[in-house]
Design a protein around this ligand. Structure first.
Ligand code: PLP
Ligand code: COI
Length: 340
């Protein structure tokens, strides 16, 4: 383990680690995994990833348990989602076995960066898939580069597990109903930069997007899915423009395990007034409770926590998810891959 890192002050930032793993797709097939210690990539200036957005990424985490074992949370789901994204923007599809092999390899090579159990930190794994053939006409690449790099991270929102305010900015959409919203492509995040910066400047931790067509239903946040709690129900949006979150899928299962009812359906904005709790969820965000939602343009506010204290259901979901990820609770759904 690296003794020079101050785990307590780790945020969610890039940090250089020892190695990354790469794999090229050429002549219609994937090559062998290659290990690199360089942080640079050398690609053609006319690469399709640079001009036509032929770029996809993923995000997942590894955790060191009390028993010293390293656990990766649902990496097979990230492999499948990358394949879904690849279908969406015509990238070469990486087989699940290759994805898992790369993830295991990069973790082992950087084992000293997997934070200690006590720190509450984790190793964030960032797979990236880009088209690297030169093209000036719009079209898909023939060659692709898949890279996986890692870095130790602390909480995504700097206050940690505390309820924070989010904002609806009706002047912006993240993704179109039949567009790229369900794919994890860089362009969706580019679209969220201006509203995200505006939201942050106004003191909000994130922007909550409404459906782009009718501006009637709740979609998701910039970097995370949305859920609300009403009585014994876990309610989360069904939409053709949101990322299928692996954390959300897991929380839905946990909510069912707790004996709650799960509803995945359209959520009209007005329904926000009926929730007792609301939260964001994602790999980086984990479970981030929402204190209030301001719909600035319509001058409406939906409030869930006055003092920043997370509600009981958000707290139980957060604690249970983390306990499974760190190996403190049995992995009854077979979500964890142990790296040994
Ligand atoms: N929605 C968006 C837009 C995201 O970027 C993420 C993060 O990956 C999520 C939702 C959450 O997905 P997951 O739980 O698979 O990390
Ligand atoms: C993640 O949670 O892994 C994400 O990709 C969200 C954000 C950092 C882009």
């Amino acid at each position: 383990m690296d003794n020079t890192i101050d785990w307590g002050s780790l945020g969610f930032q890039y940090m250089k680690t020892d190695y990354n793993v790469r794999c090229y797709y050429r002549d219609g097939q994937w090559g062998e995994l290659e290990v690199s210690s360089s942080e640079q990539i050398n690609i053609h200036m006319a690469s399709t990833c640079l001009h036509y957005g032929q770029e996809a990424f993923e995000g997942l985490k590894a955790f060191r348990g009390k028993d010293g074992k390293i656990r990766v949370f649902r990496p097979d789901e990230n492999a499948l989602r990358l394949q879904h994204t690849s279908d969406g923007i015509m990238l070469a599809k990486l087989p699940t076995e290759k994805f898992l092999e790369a993830v295991k390899k990069v973790i082992k090579l950087n084992e000293r960066f997997v934070p200690p159990y006590e720190s509450g930190c984790s190793l964030y794994i960032r797979p990236l898939l880009i088209g690297v053939s030169p093209k000036i006409g719009v079209g898909a690449s023939q060659e692709y580069l898949f890279i996986v790099f890692v870095q130790p991270v602390g909480p995504y929102f700097k206050d940690g597990f505390k309820a924070t305010p989010v904002v609806i900015l009706r002047g912006y959409d993240r993704a179109a109903p039949l567009g790229t919203g369900t794919f994890k492509v860089g362009g969706n995040y580019a679209a969220s930069l201006v509203p995200g910066a505006k939201g942050h400047a106004m003191g909000y931790s994130a922007v909550l997007y409404l459906d782009a067509k009718e501006k009637k239903y709740v979609d998701e946040c910039g970097p995370a899915n949305f859920f609300g709690i009403k009585g014994n129900k876990y309610i989360t949006p069904k939409s053709t423009s949101i990322l299928p979150s692996i954390t959300n899928k897991s929380l839905q299962q946990l909510a069912k395990d707790f004996g709650m009812e799960v509803e995945q359906r359209q959520i009209p904005e007005e329904e926000l007034a009926t929730f007792e709790e609301a939260g964001e969820c994602g790999t980086a965000a984990v479970v981030s409770p929402i204190s209030k939602i301001d719909d600035i343009d319509l001058k409406r506010t939906y409030e869930y926590s006055k003092d920043g204290k997370p509600g009981p259901v958000c707290t139980k979901l957060y604690n249970t998810l983390r306990a499974i990820q760190y190996g403190d609770m049995p992995d009854t759904h077979n979500w964890v891959m142990i790296v040994d």
